[in-house]
Design a protein around this ligand. Sequence first.
Ligand SMILES: Nc1ncnc2c1ncn2[C@@H]1O[C@H](COP(=O)(O)OP(=O)(O)OP(=O)(O)O)[C@@H](O)[C@H]1O
Length: 244
Amino acid sequence: MLTLENVTAGYGGGDVLQGVDLTCAPGTVTCIVGPNGAGKSTVLKVISGLLRCRTGSVSLGETRLDGLDPSRVLALGITQVPQSQALFPGMTVRENVQLGGYLIRRDRKLLAARYAAVCERIPLVASRAGDHAGNLSGGQRRMVEIARCLMLEPKLLLLDEPSLGLDPQSLAGVAGLIRSLNEGGTTMLLVEQNVRLGLGLATHGVVMEGGRVRLTGTAAAVRDNPEMAALYLGGTSAKETQRG
Ligand SMILES: Nc1ncnc2c1ncn2[C@@H]1O[C@H](COP(=O)(O)OP(=O)(O)OP(=O)(O)O)[C@@H](O)[C@H]1O
């Protein structure tokens, strides 16, 4: 279980996060939504250790994560698919994915077994193994970025805007992958601008606004909460938008 308690954090003078509480239970998919600048990506940075929290705590089970370097957080089983393109275009798909196993690189057998497991879960990795990552479509690249993160069999996978810049077909592929990973037991915390998609993929929803958590609950309850319609969807609930 990941737990954030009363987290404040920021980049310069002011606090961007102003007392954030959040939990992710094993096996769940939690989606953080909210307007631009609400602090969604900042929450992920605090969890992965890229940004120190000023007060409050971040824990994975009994282990405190706040104050740890990103490499320690990674070693404890939290991996992040970043928002920006993160593959090395001149390297092959296989090489890019295997880089995700850097921490286990000395155990060749384990590395090979993990790579085989990733290929089984994401067949694209096997079918395009020898191709340069730069030759893949946007959706394929996103899948390879996720594949790379699976090399460490993370306890928690963080995804920052998995839908960003994808055409509808690619989006469907990435959404299908997230669903199948969850069915396989991977716990995920994602940030999404696309409210309908994000809450559709998630078991739990968190709505942030101005560095605070405004609403939280099951994804369906958050989606159907009347406050959502008023806040983010111009008076139309996400459910109605989906129907329309
Ligand atoms: N590296 C940084 N240095 C200074 N300020 C930053 C930095 N990153 C983010 N911010 C500021 O922190 C606030 C929250 O940013 P954050 O990226 O967490 O928002 P967000 O909810 O993820 O929104 P978006 O979807 O637009 O990324 C914004 O005002 C942003 O300008």
